[in-house]
Design a protein around this ligand. Sequence first.
Ligand code: CDP
Ligand code: MG
Length: 767
Amino acid sequence: NRRMQFLLDEEHGKKHNRLKQLSHFTNLKKNDKQHEEKTYDYVFDQAQAVDFTGGDEEDDADSKLTADEKALWEKIRREEERVKTIEDTRKSLPVFQYRDQLIEAVKKYPVLIVVGQTGSGKTTQLPQYLYEAGFDKGPLGKEVARKDGQKFKIGCTQPRRVAATAVASRVSDEVGTRVGDRVGYSIRFDDRTSEKTVIKYMTDGMLLREFMSDPDLSEYSVMMVDEAHERTLHTDILLGLLKELSSERPEFRLLISSATMDSEKFSAYFNDAPIFNVPGRRFPVSIHYTMQPEANYLHAATTTVFQIHFSQKEGDILVFLTGQDEIETMAANLRATCEKLAGQMERQLIVCPIYANLPQEQQKLIFMKTPANARKVVLATNIAETSLTIDGIANVIDCGFVKEDRYSPVTGIQSLAVVPCSRASADQRAGRAGRTGPGKCFRLYTRWSYMNEMAATPTPEILRTNLSGVVLQMESLGITDLLHFDFLDSPSPEALIKALEQLYSLGALNEKGELTWTGAKMAELPCDPMLARCLLASSSLNCCTEVVSVISMLEESNSIFSGRTSRKAGENPSAQPSAATSAEKFRTRADARLGGDHLTLLEIWNQFATNGFSPQWCRDNFIQYRAMNRARNVRNQLARLCRKMNLYGEEEIEEQNGADSMIRMESMSRDERDRLKVRIMKSFARGFFANAAKLSRSGDYYQTLKKHQPVYVHPSSALFRMVPPPKYVIYNELMLTSKEFMRNCMPVSERWLGEYAPHYYRSSGGK
Ligand code: CDP
Ligand code: MG
């Protein structure tokens, strides 16, 4: 018999009984009467508890702290409690001591690599130091007039949207102005800057776009590429462009900031640029592994949260998961359990999810100081690995996975998959527990997995993703010789050729590989080339209004319904109203048999508009108002841009605050409407012909047209188990879980594919 082990704090072992109940609670569904009664006559189910092996001998430095070290830590902790004002907090950060040296170094060297532990103040402080040193008046802090009379900007790029917005809001507080005033941010579909803005945080993708309108970045005196170690595709391309720029603009200053890894590599790439090291403090973190592999890490994480909560006095908890859906599920699960245990908990558990789509005010919650007699549980993705630092975390729970884009240049198949993270990531995650005192990290995987199943470092995105989007942008910047572009890590020639081929087949490049008029227009649109091609096609097919609606909805398609939208086999469709019956209703109205998920999304959008964008309507239909609101925001911006680019056809009506696609369709006769639907579908076929799949002979799965890879209709799709199944479909994306699933599918006619992509399918010659 396996002995149950809670290796958290032995002296709290008496709480085991309470813990035993917990493993049942976590499985409990709300409103599930049968279970509810069971919860109080619990039997401990060993299989459901999470067992950890003891802290690693060498890692378990917690217990090995000497008396001196403990005293030192106490001193630092008291010191930190003492500093209260913003000014004091700023001064307490490790970078502060190096302020003058840093400014000196920036003035002296055109390119400087700054390395420092996460939380040392690089992101929030360095741009402020440069501003205080007068970099807004001119490069190198000397007064220089700009042609347009404006001040210079200090830019800072972030790989993620959440980081850009959170940091801008934090630095605004520190500077004492509102976001968009002196400090602002710019992310896709959301620009919060003004003429007054001098410190500008932005996503790396947005700076790449700015390069297209201003290749000299003449607005900026200095640019900081932050989190360079993350090696996102956009950051890598930026590094190449900025390297060139800094040889053309000698007064321009470039900072590359990175958590410790890879700094030598950056230095070598930038002709041996100096590395400025900001020493940081970090406390020991003991590592705990599970003894057995965990089949369900969400469940294991929930149980572990309560194990910690009931056995440890203080210290907040940070949980690493792979995406918004998991974060929401776990948050709901934790809250439900808390409700059940309200009477038994000595201290309250505050659940704080964080992801890009969460409203700003809620995002800010994670940074709030935890009230006495409470404990904070932050649920995050790898955003919290290095980009965001949350004070007070003493426990980290690491699921060991990450969601990644994978692309094979051979098959041309791109899919999203949840894969084991790297050891470097796992170590970064663990390190988050040791910022303000000794901490603990609970890894929901075995030590063996860590050693054998995880890669040492993550693969840079540029080596594993579809490059067509950035290749198009580079082409439009006039960088045509991609094979000889100075990349930090060069993508394979196959991947580049594949991207060029795809752009050629979309009509963005001609036979000579030159950018076409269509390509130039596509590059202007802030979306993936395939979607950009749809928009252009919709322009000539007079249905831009509708395609803009569908595209805005596609981004949110996974979070529109609150609840499962697929029915289990044999489930009665007319039973209880639910997300599934509501989805069914929209599918019927949209005639999903013909129009698939795309036209279903349009139907949902139009109904939302008809009902005055009302939250009540959303609730009645099991639709998440927040997701719809985000879609509405994206739609507004995209529609404005399309109007600016003159993509709306003559027949199309004036923008009506998002209600235009609804008004137009309602004013049509049935015939007209059917013809319009066909044009919408053709627009998507024009962009997505490369994602076409044909029904297999057996009829229960599809094969990609190009390489005959088996792919399956996702259960959430309107086409799931449709009888008879359409012969040809195109899909919006592939998601790899147990199989390659096609998400957001639309039936297409073979004729359209032949018409839009004769060269594409001819050249493959079948196999
Ligand atoms: O960039 P780096 O990891 O070196 O540190 P930072 O992000 O500049 O964080 C410095 C300090 O500001 C940390 O103590 C953070 O907890 C704090 N911070 C915050 O309270 N709220 C934010 N939105 C961002 C940072
Ligand atoms: Mg940072």
